[in-house]
Design a protein around this ligand. Structure first.
Ligand code: TZP
Ligand code: MG
Length: 220
């Protein structure tokens, strides 16, 4: 997929799993987020209470159907087999998962995202065939137990200054108020769990955050 297309998909990126959806069920939240204009959905079913087996598969298929109806790419965190089984649009992997080159070989031209924390991890992931990089945590997060050290927006500037011009999405503690500074620092978009899944009004929150991202990209 070409980089401009990927950059567009990264703009308002929702990461979601049942564990993140306490106020309401995942389907209601995903529907509201899609109606607000999320540009990509990553299914990330993690943590002690994560669904497994047929329940996991069922939820993945339901969210995938909602995304397809809106023409929004649906990608799976970590679980390459699940992604292939349901013919998802892609996979997102971390540094502790299967290596990116092997995943690329399995998924063909589907979208491949890789989490990176340093310039060298970023370069290596791109050499191995990543389409985009997830960079974070930018701010403190309560949504990932094994999160790396908080990096601040400085990591985005550092990557850009070191000649990393590939599509980047910031993640970790990003809220409506912080979205603009993440884009100003060099990200192509924001990846968000709690600021969307825990929002009082999911639809309106997505509308506002997406417009901040869009406006900041145009000013940059
Ligand atoms: N990777 C780095 S931070 C994070 C992930 C999956 C969690 C992001 O969640 P939130 O609630 O938007 O901080
Ligand atoms: Mg992972």
């Amino acid at each position: 997929m070409n980089q401009d297309q990927i950059r567009h998909y990264l703009q308002m990126y929702l990461v979601v799993g049942s564990v993140n959806c306490k106020a309401s069920d995942p389907i209601t939240i995903v529907k509201a987020a899609l109606s607000g204009g999320v540009t990509l959905v990553q299914f990330r079913e993690k943590g002690a209470d994560a669904l497994q087996g047929t329940e996991l598969l069922r939820l993945a298929l339901q969210i995938q159907a909602l995304c397809r109806a809106e023409g929004v790419p649906f990608i799976i965190n970590d679980d390459v087999d699940l992604a292939l089984e349901i013919d998802a649009d892609g996979v997102h992997i971390g540094q502790d998962d299967e290596n990116a080159e092997a995943v690329r070989a399995k998924i063909g031209d589907r979208i491949l995202g890789v989490s990176a924390h340093t310039v060298s991890e970023a370069r290596f992931a791109m050499q191995q065939g990543a389409d985009y990089l997830g960079i974070g945590p930018i701010y403190p997060t309560h949504s990932k137990d094994d999160a790396h050290e908080v990096q601040g927006t400085a990591i985005l500037c550092e990557l850009r200054e070191n000649g990393i011009h590939v599509p980047l999405v910031g993640i970790g503690g990003i809220t409506e108020e912080r979205a603009a500074e993440v884009i100003k620092a060099g990200a192509d978009g924001v990846a968000v769990i709690s600021a969307i899944t825990e929002a009082k009004d999911v639809h309106e929150t997505v509308v506002r955050m997406k417009s901040k991202v869009g406006n900041t990209l145009r000013e940059r």
